[in-house]
Design a binder for this molecule. Structure first.
Ligand code: SF4
Ligand code: FE
Length: 485
């Protein structure tokens, strides 16, 4: 099987043996848990869209390894066209879910792992790339969702991994034998962790010789013995326990992050893809981060499309759509959103082939893309809140609307432009704006825009490194006729 149906994906998760803590309790049935379920639905959408003929070209691709038709989320980019289609696919998924659909971290991890293990083997004579390809074939054949795990808790940020008072602040090797390695530590903010079949673990920073035990990469089943999860809270998450569909804003879809703990987990050698080769840790981090910074030029744009649409509807329902300042604000939101998309497309179309044959984005442009993502969604959200009006955060609850006595009162006083909307329609759109700007989806649209794929300063370091200031100085000197000899 190379393409799972959405139903098969859901069933495959039911067979897994996850250990997940949420709100202080062990979760018995994650797939149907009301807080987790919407995030599973978002990943499920990546399987559903791949079944639709109209999205076949974006969502599926021929595997360069087997010739089979596979989901693009499991593909190694073979051209700049593949890189562009990746961004378009992510915009589509963002539009369809209005949330983080989580599956990109695995896609970005395998693309980074491919070229890095290839170049590492070539320089050091290691044998990691063959292991990686074996894993990738399984991932493609079983249409797996893989979680790319990079971010360590890091403890005291002023200290290197080996200097930390608690050695577990970075994932590390605690034992090596002829069968494999034993791993301890944790990965923080793991997007889509409990909706994934396998996990691909990577180091979080460039390492030095003293940190060799921390330069470790491997794959393991997401429900491996010794792996457990502590589910992250999101603003307004317990509204999902109330059973309604209005107050949550987006009752069908969502995203999630979790703390992923490795408590002495055994990894057989066949699943190890870096173990002590600290010189290649930085390359893996830089490439994974670059791909994920490109990703944001697609996914956040798709979610932005929904937010712009919601703001425009809120204006229609308020009867304010004809006001010139409203029209101008919607133009500004569109301009900002399409600027992000332009960056996503630009870094893709300017990509290049690496030694393994896999295409890498233009790293400078990918970092510029993500730097803009740390800013523009905030302005788009600000304008959406401006257009929506204060009712978005002062409106009564769904239960009040359904109360036989006060429901009628709310219907009367909360009405808008009754020619085109019911009071409930108006409430639904305002709650959607709330969800995207302040609620559960704000994790993905706002704070993740800031810190996901690396905080703003991480991009500025890369921009400084890739910006080629010396060449720009030469250009200026030439025009100004300085040192002209
Ligand atoms: Fe994909 Fe965007 Fe979520 Fe990252 S934040 S996993 S790129 S949807
Ligand atoms: Fe992310």
């Amino acid at each position: 099987m190379s393409l799972k149906t959405p139903e098969q994906y859901e069933e495959s998760l039911r067979k897994m043996n996850f250990k997940i803590y949420l709100l202080g309790e062990l979760v018995k049935n994650p797939v149907d848990h009301p807080i987790i379920r919407p995030s599973m639905n978002s990943v499920k959408m990546t399987y559903a869209l791949a079944q639709m003929p109209e999205y076949e070209d974006l969502m599926t691709v021929k595997s360069h390894l087997t010739g089979e038709k596979i989901n693009r989320f499991g593909h190694l980019h073979q051209s700049t066209d593949d890189l562009v289609k990746k961004v378009k696919m992510q915009r589509l998924c963002g539009q369809q879910t209005a949330s983080c659909f989580q599956r990109c971290v695995g896609m970005d991890a395998v693309n980074a792992m491919d070229s890095t293990t290839f170049e590492m083997d070539r320089k050091l004579g290691t044998k990691y790339h063959d292991r990686f390809i074996k894993f990738l074939k399984m991932m493609q054949a079983e249409d797996m969702t893989v979680d790319g795990a990079m971010t360590d808790p890091k403890g005291n940020r002023g200290l290197a991994p080996h200097q930390q008072p608690d050695p577990d602040m970075f994932v590390h090797v605690v034992e090596k034998n002829d069968k494999g390695i034993v791993i301890r530590g944790a990965k923080a903010h793991q997007t889509g962790a409990v909706n994934s079949h396998w996990v691909m673990v990577m180091p979080t920073i460039a390492m030095t010789k003293e940190d060799a035990d921390y330069a470790v990469s491997f794959v393991c089943p997401a429900d491996e013995k010794g792996v457990y999860y502590i589910y992250g809270r999101q603003s307004c998450d317990t509204r999902k326990l109330e059973g309604g569909t209005i107050d949550v804003g987006n009752s069908q879809f969502g995203g999630h992050e979790a703390l992923m703990v490795f408590d002495n987990v055994f990894i057989p050698w066949e699943n190890v893809m870096m173990c002590g080769e600290y010189e290649f840790s930085g390359m893996l981090v830089e490439r994974f981060a670059g791909y994920h910074r490109q990703s944001y030029g697609g996914c956040k744009v798709g979610v932005g499309d929904v937010l712009i649409g919601a703001a425009a509807l809120a204006a229609d329902y308020n009867g304010a759509a004809k006001a010139s300042h409203i029209k101008d604000k919607l133009i500004e939101m569109t301009h900002l959103n399409e600027t992000l998309y332009s960056c996503g497309i630009a870094c893709s179309s300017q990509g290049h082939k690496t030694a393994s044959g896999t295409y890498l984005i233009d790293l400078l442009l990918a970092n510029v893309c993500k730097q803009n993502v740390t800013r523009f969604p905030y302005e788009i959200a600000r304008l959406a809140e401006d257009i929506a009006g204060g009712l978005m955060v002062t409106m009564a609850s769904e239960k009040d609307f359904k109360n036989p006595e006060i429901g009628k009162v709310l219907e009367k006083y909360m009405q808008g432009n009754t020619d085109i909307c019911s009071t409930e329609d108006r409430a639904r759109i305002l709650r959607l704006v709330e969800n995207l700007t302040l609620g559960t989806a704000a994790v993905g649209y706002r704070t993740e825009s800031m810190h996901g794929a690396g905080s703003p300063q991480a991009q500025r370091i890369m921009i400084a490194r890739q910006g080629n200031l010396e060449q720009k100085k030469k250009l200026a000197k030439k025009i100004a006729m300085i040192d002209k000899k």
